[in-house]
Write a protein that binds this ligand. Structure first.
Ligand code: HEM
Length: 155
């Protein structure tokens, strides 16, 4: 069998989508919005014309919902019987009227890309998986872990 070694670069497609699986918090600082009228929200008065930005990081790193948000832990999305559970705290695509317009497309691409890769390749990192650094680094608008080398072994 041929062994293909890919250096996953984080600036080219589709690695941001793959990386999204590693880190919940891909877009920590969404675009700023402005209130078009005075708003009362949970006891706060927000005057018309105020710039507001959601802080998804605070939700996606909430360790009450995700015990180890800094780790790749699929268990965050499984119940005690190992079945998939939906979490209201999973807001990688934000929420409300200004939530990501591409969510459906991104989820479909993620599913097709990852299932295709997993059906056709066995993935093997060159180092012990526990030694791979997945600490997020802020790069422009995105938060991504550093690149690492991975063998794609055809099955
Ligand atoms: C894993 C992939 C993706 C993630 C995690 C993601 C996440 C986000 C987030 C957090 C926002 C900000 C929402 C806010 O301001 O509250 C956003 C906005 C947006 N995204 Fe995505 N996105 C992804 C892929 C895509 C794709 C594939 C498209 C289009 C093909 C897309 C189109 C947009 C657009 C148009 C907005 C602006 C929506 C608005 O301001 O009304 N996104 N995305």
């Amino acid at each position: 069998n041929t062994i293909k070694i890919l250096n996953l670069p984080w600036k080219t497609w589709p690695s941001p989508y793959l990386i999204c699986f590693l880190c919940l918090d891909l877009v920590p600082i969404p675009l700023p919005c402005e209130t078009t009228q005075d708003v009362e929200f949970r006891g706060y008065h927000i005057p018309k014309g105020t710039t507001v930005m959601t802080c998804l990081t605070s939700v996606l790193n909430d360790n009450k919902e995700f015990p180890h948000p800094e780790k790749f832990d699929p268990g965050h999305f499984l119940d005690e019987r190992g079945n998939f559970k939906k979490s209201d705290y999973f807001m990688a695509f934000s929420a409300g009227r200004r939530a990501c317009l591409g969510e459906g497309l991104a989820r479909m691409e993620l599913f097709l890309t990852l299932t295709n890769i997993l059906q056709h390749f066995t993935l093997k990192p060159l180092v012990n998986p526990e030694d791979i650094d997945i600490t997020l680094v802020q790069t422009g608008l995105l938060s991504l872990p550093p690149p690492y080398e991975l063998c794609f072994i055809p099955v």
